[in-house]
Design a protein around this ligand. Sequence first.
Ligand code: SF4
Length: 302
Amino acid sequence: MTNIDLSSSELDVLVETLERALNELNREIAETENPEYRQMLATKDHVLRTILQSLPKNIPIQVLKETNVIGGMRVSRRLGRSLAVNVIPRKVCPLDCIYCETGRTSLLTDERRAYIEPDVVIAQLRSFLREYRGSIDHLTLSASGEPTLNSKLGEIIAGIRGISAIPVAILTNGVLLHRDDVRWSLMDADVVLPSLDAVSEPVFRLVNRPHAHLSAGDLIDGLTAFRSEYTGQIWLEILIVRGFNDFSEELEKLAKAVERIQPDRIHLNTVVRTPVERFARPADIEVINRFRERLGPRCSVL
Ligand code: SF4
């Protein structure tokens, strides 16, 4: 690998050019009906993203400034009345999923850091709970960034336990669970809700557009190891996207992976809210229902 020195304005031009090329590729991916051509385009997309990720990039200061620890109350079928607690700046994530409803990932990274310190989280949560008069079923970390990227997640959960008896839920894409430190940081949570959308590496890259260090194989190994160590509830979500992971061969691989992982519950979902990429479309309900039957009584459709 050769190092090339670029001024910051040259770097901006390079980033803009790569992003334009990626947008063009995404348009082509959306339009093609040919799976082999789509696969070839996905390989190009992966190469360009890998180059983009290797360029120096910091979290924009504005993104950090805009991060509110208390993300608001939501009502969901899985978690009831759930208060979002952000422990990561918005859209700092190791994935850039085509169906994401919170926009493009602003920093694609697998680097764990104390993005938000535990005392900041606990102080803001304590003051919210002191004022709030309604009921809360779960405190949910984190809605719009990947919570396991916070290297002090274990301390944050312990701090929450110190000020509240409300059950703690973790919404995670699960891609860092192959790391021991990440699994141990989650041991005190009441319920962990990881995602798994693909088993085949090309499908994983197409749907989840991961950081270059990550793989579907590591994701499944991490989930399996976590199941063997963690005694709380694991509710696995699988999101099916039309034309990407809804074909029978991939669904059968997903079913086999679920047998390995042994989650307590499985939730099937598809693209419902506006996705970041317009080519991410909902799967047929018949496909989803057949897959639900294949996965058995622990599985329900969201
Ligand atoms: S893991 Fe979640 S937050 Fe990250 S890109 Fe995917 S859907 Fe969005």
